[in-house]
Design a binder for this molecule. Structure first.
Ligand SMILES: [Zn+2]
Ligand SMILES: [Zn+2]
Ligand SMILES: [Zn+2]
Length: 283
């Protein structure tokens, strides 16, 4: 399994649009790994997690084609994770040719919210309408938390995120052959039910990609900060949920308490994890 990080920032990008805090100023000066686009990854060449607003610029910068995507797992419908304008270009009027059908997965409420967002673009009336699905050349698959399902060659299990509950946000474990990645953003502390389900489903993660929106001793909103991130990793180790050489990566990084990439990476290394960056390829 190959994982390409298209983006690793929180909703606000990093640096934040209108901010001159020390971290944002340093990021503007340093560039490179300190420029973070909105969070999204591609698994191998065909599975996208989150059709976010920056996937096209990421695709150009990191040489990763979006045209090859056959499957999209959507965590939720927040605008830093879903930009309806990408889907709209699949209508015949845009003259796209020779692209595979897209299989789109998400909770039912997320898909409904996405449907409204696509409708507002003015080309279709509903993602749930057969005619419109045909126009977009896609199939939608509403998914419930704790559901295990096959997506092409991947075995996927969804878990409830502790984040934007009204749209039943989801997190995903994706297995190809014997290799499993857990994609855990956006979320605050995982529920006990989720921990139990990891055990029941007999999961062991080779790669964990987890919400790190806020830095050490910084807190706000329905996300993890560095301290709770570390607690989650410790618990995963204790509960034997990680393979021997598992890699743990922080993503969805905001300027609130998260220093520059180099500095954050030093902190992360001390605590047994890594900081992801845009364009990073692993696996
Ligand atoms: Zn987000
Ligand atoms: Zn800032
Ligand atoms: Zn969100």
């Amino acid at each position: 399994m190959k994982i390409t990080f298209l983006g690793t920032s929180a909703a606000t990008s990093y640096p934040l649009v209108f901010c001159r805090c020390d971290f944002c100023n340093q990021a503007r000066r340093l560039g490179g790994k300190d420029f973070r686009k909105r969070s999204s990854i591609i698994i191998n060449d065909d599975l996208l997690i989150d059709m976010g607003p920056d996937i096209m610029s990421a695709s150009f910068m990191h040489n990763k084609s979006i045209a090859d995507i056959k499957y999209c797992l959507q965590t939720h419908s927040h605008s830093d994770h879903f930009d309806a304008s990408h889907l709209s270009t699949r209508v015949p009027e845009y003259m796209g040719v020779n692209i595979p059908q897209l299989q789109l997965y998400g909770s039912e409420s997320t898909l409904k919210k996405m449907s409204e967002m696509v409708k507002n673009e003015g080309y279709i009336s509903s993602l749930f309408d057969d005619k419109d699905k045909k126009r977009l050349n896609l199939e939608i698959f509403p998914v419930k938390p704790f559901q295990s399902f096959q997506v092409g060659k991947y075995q996927v299990t969804s878990f409830p995120a502790n984040h934007d509950k009204p749209v039943d946000s989801l997190l995903y474990a994706i297995t190809e052959d014997d290799f499993t990645v857990f994609y855990g953003t956006d979320t605050n502390t995982l529920s006990e039910e989720t921990w139990e389900s990891f055990q029941k489903k007999n999961l062991q993660f080779n790669i964990v990609i987890l919400d790190h929106t806020y830095g050490p001793d910084t807190d706000s909103g329905d996300h993890l900060n560095a301290n709770r991130f570390i607690e989650h990793i410790k618990r995963m180790k204790k509960e034997n949920l990680l393979t021997e050489n598992a890699r743990i990566l922080a993503t969805h990084i905001s300027h609130e308490g998260n220093p520059t990439h180099d500095e954050l990476s030093k902190y992360a290394e001390e605590h047994g994890y890594e900081t992801a960056y845009d364009g990073l390829v692993i696996g």
